[in-house]
Design a protein around this ligand. Structure first.
Ligand SMILES: O=C1O[C@H](COP(=O)(O)O)[C@@H](O)[C@H](O)[C@H]1O
Length: 283
């Protein structure tokens, strides 16, 4: 279901899809993702790449498990995964292999499917012991990830529509949403929300541990063709209602900034949808 026209930036209004529970949601999003990857691969000639941004978080992990289950055999196993670039929306700036890192979560889920080993993984760099202060290292890591993004960026030409130089036109960018309305590691009230046009930002004081994090910047998120906000649980109901309120302040609920160029879809379970009213509440 869709709400009417474009927002002030000319982007389509968000759509809302409601599933029964977190498991149904994860299965549904996995199916959508595999269908979109297949469609994007089909619509451009090989070896043109397809760019997907992964999310961490609880339902993000469940979704990736469902993707791997579907990609373990059947049609999805036969996709040309070597053309598929997997990026991360954010990362906790923790040592490589740390269980709290989003890339560890994603690898644990996706690499159970042999086909996914062929995908092009783009992990955020990790801190290294003795290589400088964590904040300095995070700045360097952000610059390295920005360079990685830039190397993969499509040239959309003058007046290109991503709005952020040096960021690929992501086919799909998935985001979890925190109970406080954060997306990726863009937190309420953070100065990172004002860093427009910056591909990768460093959050030094995240209210959710760990405090030091790397994130795609607001305009890198908005470079995506399709943004999917995947949310489950009644602790997220207020964030979902605020995120879909056109009058909501982005400084309080950064999720309102997460708008795709072609589509923005909130994929939520019934519990997360429980505070929606009127048209937004329909499944
Ligand atoms: O810290 C993070 O939280 C969000 C949401 O996680 P959830 O467990 O509440 O679903 C996640 O999307 C983000 O990638 C992660 O770094």
């Amino acid at each position: 279901m869709s709400t009417a026209a474009d927002d002030a930036t000319g982007r389509p209004e968000p759509e809302v899809v409601v599933l029964d529970d977190a498991d149904a949601l994860a299965g549904h999003v996995a199916g959508l993702l595999l269908a979109q990857v297949a469609a994007s691969l089909d619509e451009r000639p090989a070896p043109a790449p397809v760019h997907v941004v992964l999310t961490g978080g609880r339902v993000g992990g469940k979704t990736l498990e469902a993707v791997a289950a579907a990609a373990a055999d059947g049609e999805a196993a036969g996709l040309d995964w070597g053309r598929v670039h997997l990026w991360f929306g954010d990362e906790r700036f923790l040592p490589s292999g740390d269980d709290e890192r989003n890339d560890v979560l994603a690898e644990g889920a996706l690499l159970t499917a042999p086909a996914l080993h062929g995908a092009r993984w783009h992990r955020f760099p990790a801190p290294v012991d003795g290589a400088g202060s964590p904040a300095d290292q995070a700045g360097q890591a952000a610059a390295r990830y920005a360079a990685d993004l830039s190397a993969a960026a499509d040239d959309l030409g003058e007046g290109g529509t991503t709005g952020t130089a040096g960021v690929p036109a992501f086919d799909v960018l998935m985001l979890g949403v925190g109970p406080d309305g954060h997306v990726a590691s863009l937190f309420p009230g953070s100065s990172t929300l004002g860093e427009r046009g910056v591909p990768v930002v460093v959050e030094t004081d995240a209210p959710k541990p760990p405090p030091l994090r790397l994130s795609l910047g607001v305009d890198a998120v908005r470079a995506a063709a399709r943004v999917w906000l995947v949310v489950a649980g009644d602790d997220k109901a207020q964030a979902v209602a605020r995120g879909l309120d056109p009058a909501e302040d982005a400084a309080r609920t950064p999720a309102v900034l997460a708008r795709g160029r072609l589509a923005t879809t909130w994929l939520v379970d019934r519990a997360a949808a429980s505070r929606l009213t009127g048209a937004s509440a329909e499944g």
